[in-house]
Design a protein around this ligand. Structure first.
Ligand code: SAH
Length: 412
């Protein structure tokens, strides 16, 4: 199982290294069927389950403390002032959390003892448990995090040269229904909170030695970030703030199946994050089949929204195309795709499929990959082409959680 899930990250790592924007793909996995999205309970945590049985039978008594990472910086400041403390204490707390990498309030040694105690009475710093931690030889590390309610998400740290990139999840499961993806096989459970998204970032940062910093973030883990946009943007605010991780929006990529209204909302947010659109098919007939949510949207709308995002942000667009053997890898598909890309300021990432256990899709043959690539290059498309590195390169976000469910390690 272990080689299984890390290696897509390794492939992603190769992808990232060869790219000039911090974009990548090959992560996460999508869906099936879409129940309506339950609204996440932002602040209140349930207590950690003491046994797996407790998870399904009973959520247990409510943990009254709030997840500190769910609190916007200004609100934390307000709370601290309410406690009769000076506002600058909030800055100290943030510094401890984001820069000094504290694991508890007790460690925050330059805060008054009373404030440390009150923080501890009212907040938890970390709300998730590390259910699994995997490392690969190339420096890629991956966490399976267990959330307070027993849900699980994956996140990954990639090391390449001086880059320290992380791939972060936005939902437990996914509702978009992409037929080839592991993340959404059981639909979506819920949105992650702002704090749960930030906690992934912090947990991965804690893996780095003091002198190293996170440099790039890709929202390409489990889930559809644009279906949880408010919380994703809240988490990315913490990422870009100088009081947070201080990562430039230009080093942050939000990957989406292509939800036009949410893309427009992201554009109106006016922070120049990179947008990656998961295309996977160059015409509606095929896209309706591979990316079922397309039936309600249509390629024209997706491309229109992407164009508007470029207009608003000035950021070159990225398109992702997972190449599935005998599904979307024909010469005709390549020609249509080239036409779709023509005249647009794009980077196209073509990623050979990482097989998911139990799904009928396969990685294309080397010959078919070569042919696909030739058509795109002949047509002058700005394309990144990844060739699968081999059997050990396998799996991605969504598969670790999936494997555990299949063999019954987790709740069920
Ligand atoms: N929901 C968002 C972000 C998560 S998926 C989106 O659709 O973009 C991140 C990328 O990984 C997407 O392009 C997705 O299609 C791709 N992906 C999913 N399963 C994959 C697999 N088995 N092999 C390769 N890429 C996959």
């Amino acid at each position: 199982m272990s080689h299984h899930s890390i290696s897509a990250a390794a492939q992603l790592s190769t992808n990232l290294r060869l790219r000039d924007q911090g974009t990548a793909s090959n992560f996460a996995f999508a869906i099936l069927m879409l129940p309506s999205l339950p609204i996440a309970d932002d602040d209140i945590l349930t207590t950690k389950p003491t046994s797996l049985a407790a998870v399904s039978a009973d959520q247990g008594p409510r943990e009254p403390r709030r997840h500190l990472l769910n609190i916007a910086f200004d609100d934390l400041k307000a709370w601290i002032v309410e406690q009769g403390e000076k506002p600058f204490r909030a800055g100290q707390v943030l510094k401890w959390v984001y820069q000094r990498r504290a694991g508890s309030f007790a460690e925050m040694s330059d805060l008054p003892q009373g404030l440390r105690e009150r923080l501890d009475e009212n907040f938890v710093l970390f709300a998730c448990e590390i259910a699994k931690h995997q490392s690969s030889q190339d420096g890629t590390e991956k966490f399976l995090l267990r959330l307070a309610d027993g849900g699980e998400v994956e996140c990954v740290l990639l090391r390449e040269d001086d880059r320290r990139s992380i791939c972060v999840s936005s939902q437990v499961g996914c509702a978009m229904g992409c037929v080839f993806c592991a993340s959404g096989l059981d639909g979506v459970e819920r949105n992650l909170t702002r704090g749960e998204i930030v906690e992934q970032m912090l947990r991965l940062q804690h893996l780095l030695p003091r002198e190293e910093r996170l440099s790039h973030i890709v929202m390409m883990g489990m889930g559809e970030p644009l279906a949880n946009l408010t919380r994703v943007l809240g988490a990315l605010d913490a990422a870009k703030s100088p009081d947070g991780f201080g990562i430039s929006p230009r080093r942050v990529t939000i990957s989406t199946v292509g939800l036009p209204a949410a893309i427009d909302r992201l554009a109106s947010h006016k922070v120049p994050y990179n947008l990656a659109v998961s295309l996977h098919a160059p015409n509606d007939m095929l896209r309706d089949k591979l990316v079922p949510v397309n039936r309600k949207i249509g390629l024209n709308e997706v491309m229109g929204a992407a164009d508007r995002y470029f207009e608003a942000s000035g950021r070159r667009l990225t398109f992702e195309y997972v190449l599935l053997g005998d599904e979307n890898d024909s010469q005709t598909c390549a020609e249509q795709l080239a036409r779709l890309m023509r005249g647009r300021p794009v980077m196209l990432n073509v990623i050979p499929y990482n097989p998911v256990a139990g799904l009928p899709y396969k990685t294309p043959s080397t010959a078919s990959i070569r042919r696909f690539r030739e058509v795109l290059e002949r047509n002058g498309v700005n394309v990144n082409f990844r060739v699968r590195k081999g059997g050990e390169i396998d799996a991605a976000c969504g598969q670790l959680r999936r494997n555990r469910q299949l063999i019954g390690i987790t709740k069920k």
